[in-house]
Design a protein around this ligand. Structure first.
Ligand code: COA
Length: 154
């Protein structure tokens, strides 16, 4: 599967909003995604096919040295080809140099996503009871801590 990892730009927003609607019961709208383009704390990356199609995307918020992964999703037809691996790896490599930890919430029944995060060194750090609606479900908080490499050695 041929694709490049690129920063999100305006051209990706409609396709990402569509994928959000396909994957999540509380999807980010085009307006929310467009706002993220201008948010200096937000970083969205896209797995872009040669024809410009969005195969997957992921979004990160950084506050000081804390990273929070908001979104990650891959087109159903492009799943199980390592796209999410590549996207998450970008944020983990950033975290190794710049962050104390990366954290996120995931539905407790979302086994593919939990397996993905475990593979990338995230561990269960707690639960938020009935955090999600439509359907109501607990969130599992998963966190990966980084032993930061001093910048002069990085
Ligand atoms: N069952 C079990 N493990 C799975 C899996 C599945 N269906 N899909 C992915 N994984 C795990 C595996 O550990 C896999 O590593 P492996 O191939 O060495 O076994 C790892 O994730 C990476 O797989 P990859 O092919 O990169 O994942 P993907 O590109 O198919 O994307 C999701 C994975 C979770 C992003 C994708 O299923 C998706 O978009 N789901 C809907 C949106 C969603 O739930 N996002 C997470 C919100 S918290």
């Amino acid at each position: 599967m041929e694709y490049n990892i690129v920063p999100m730009d305006r051209s990706h927003v409609p396709q990402i909003a569509e994928l959000e609607r396909e994957c999540f019961s509380a999807p980010w709208s085009e307006a929310m995604l467009t706002e993220a383009l201008f948010d200096p704390q937000a970083s969205f990356i896209v797995a872009e096919a040669e024809d410009g199609g969005v195969l997957g995307y992921a979004g990160l918020q950084v506050v000081l040295d804390e990273g929070y992964i908001d979104n990650i999703a891959v087109e159903p037809a492009a799943r199980r080809h390592g796209v999410a691996d590549e996207l998450l790896d970008v944020f983990c490599r950033f975290g190794e140099v710049h962050l104390a930890f990366l954290t996120l919430e995931v539905r407790s029944s979302n086994e593919p996503a939990i397996a993905l995060y475990r593979k990338h060194g995230f561990e269960e750090a707690g639960r938020r009871k009935d955090y999600y609606t439509k359907p109501t479900e607990d969130a599992v908080i998963m966190t990966r801590y980084f032993r930061r490499i001093p910048k002069e050695d990085a």
